[in-house]
Design a protein around this ligand. Structure first.
Ligand code: MN
Length: 498
């Protein structure tokens, strides 16, 4: 649903200095290049050639059209010949969507025997793209620069990453986030400036009382519940005390009713993400756990305890990852396993972890929950599969949003966890637990994260560039000394650049 109705527009830069033959050649090369890129099978969004621009008024018209077109999620530019960059100023001033500067060239190699001045004048991206890059830098325009021949897989893959980020960015700018209740009382890191988030990150946060959901729940029919129960039967292994005719079966039915109600409520509000709070459950039988797990797997962003920033980020990362192998989930740092080189941290939550991140058939179980004061909630229990991924968060530093992202290696637990009644993932933050956790804590990162197996650091870098927010990456290369100086430099940068 997010990718179908989006396009990326391709605009070639040139000038009329080189005569009519050059104009014809530039047009033909651009068309062949766009066609080739579309046929590579690597690009998640359709690339549409919108013509060659040769003057300031043509540039401005092209960028304004792209800005107004709902289906245009971003622009790729390429200078075939030299394109004096003052003519790009007005267009760029009017343009606020993502921009990728493809630094390539139509021909792959120099034709040693045939090359003459006409060939050089026509094929001078090495020259023209530098002029274009200058005006973008001078105007402080964030953009991605991809260098290489357009037929190379690596070039196409880097464009594909950026396209996915464009799709997620467009999605975020049309995102309503439903927040049931407020933040968990006194909690600092999950709170922040919702108005600034809408200005900067695009999404809108609305508040609802949990009673609004309770009302919808009461309208759910027994037939609807039965149908959903059939789906649970097909997908999950029911714990012995949860099967039909046993004591907890009624709690599973309550959970199914809640899932239907929550899904209906989010659809009615046209929402893409939501938060719950265990302190605000009036009119509900149990904390919605199973519902949150299953809705996450459908692509809804989720944050517990009112954590709207993580909910929105999870939705954004889910959209970026759509169709790629791996899964995306809300998670929380819970308990450490100090074990020397393999020291790890167990990720879980009270209930809410997406089944997208497991290869197991989840077990449907009901257990008491110590907090919230409600009946025993249903939940899916499983262990996340091994593999590497990225855990990310966005925190509000007062004068800016800071994204912190840590590469993590999910590992198999040393033994089964028969008494743990929730889904979990065991991972080693890179470069190791001691450095990864120290850097995360120094940066002021949350205990909640949005995690994805499908994404690489390039996705997060592209996202932070598009959003214009601070990014602190923690991976194999991170040292605490380097990380501290990066944070100090950023502090100065963001004081000077409001
Ligand atoms: Mn939590």
């Amino acid at each position: 649903m997010e990718y179908k109705n989006m396009e990326i527009w391709f605009i070639t830069g040139a000038q009329l200095l080189y005569g009519g033959d050059a104009v014809v050649a530039v047009e033909a090369h651009s068309q062949a290049m766009v066609e080739g890129l579309n046929q590579s099978g690597k690009l998640p969004l359709k690339l549409v050639y919108k013509g060659t621009v040769n003057s300031s008024s043509e540039v401005e018209a092209a960028f304004k059209e792209a800005g107004n077109a709902k289906l245009c999620a971003g622009i790729i530019t390429w200078m075939h010949t030299f394109s004096p960059a003052k003519m790009w100023i007005k267009g760029l001033q009017s343009y606020h969507k993502p921009l990728l500067h493809l630094h390539t060239q139509f021909n792959r190699e120099i034709p040693w025997e045939a090359i003459d001045m006409d060939f050089m004048n026509l094929n001078q991206s090495a020259h023209g793209d530098r002029e274009f890059g200058h005006i973008l830098s001078r105007m402080h325009k964030n953009r991605k620069v991809v260098v290489g021949h357009w037929t190379e897989a690596n070039v196409q893959e880097r464009i594909a990453v950026w396209m996915r980020v464009c799709a997620a960015w467009a999605d975020a700018r049309e995102m309503t986030l439903v927040r049931f209740g407020d933040n968990m009382n006194q909690v600092a890191v999950t709170d922040g400036d919702r108005l600034e988030a809408e200005l900067r990150l695009g999404y809108h946060v609305d508040y609802y009382g949990i009673g609004d959901l309770a009302e919808v729940k009461d309208s759910v029919t027994e037939d609807e519940v039965n149908t959903l129960l059939d789906e649970y039967q097909a997908l999950y292994t029911f714990a012995g005390n949860c099967r039909k005719g046993t004591g907890n079966y009624e709690q599973i039915r309550h959970a199914a009713r809640l899932e239907i109600a929550l899904g209906r409520f989010l659809k009615e509000k046209d929402a893409k993400a939501f938060t719950t709070n265990f302190n605000a459950l009036h009119g509900l039988n149990q904390l919605p756990g199973l519902a949150c797990q299953r809705l996450m797997a459908e692509g809804y962003g989720f944050g517990a305890e009112g954590d709207w920033k993580t909910a929105a980020l999870m939705r954004t990362m889910w959209v970026m990852a759509k169709g790629l192998p791996g899964g995306t989930s809300f998670l929380e740092d819970y308990t450490y396993h100090f074990n020397g080189e393999k020291s790890a941290v167990l990720q879980a939550h009270m209930l809410e972890v997406s089944p997208e991140i497991t290869a197991q058939k989840p077990r449907l179980e009901v257990h008491p929950l110590g907090i919230g004061g409600k009946a025993d909630p249903a939940r899916l229990v499983f262990t996340a599969h091994p593999g590497s991924g990225w855990a990310a968060t966005i925190v509000d530093m007062g004068n800016r949003f800071r994204m912190i992202a840590n590469k993590v290696e999910v590992i198999e637990p040393e033994a089964a966890l028969p008494k743990l009644p929730v889904a979990s993932a065991l991972w080693i933050p890179q470069p190791d637990l001691e450095t990864g956790a120290a850097a995360w804590i120094l940066a002021g990162g949350t205990h909640h994260t949005s995690f994805s197996y499908a994404l690489t650091r390039e996705f997060l870098e592209d996202y932070a560039d598009v959003a214009g927010i601070e990014l602190l990456l923690i991976d194999e290369e991170t040292t605490i000394a380097g990380f501290k100086s990066e944070m100090k430099l950023n502090e100065v940068y963001y004081l000077l650049n409001k």
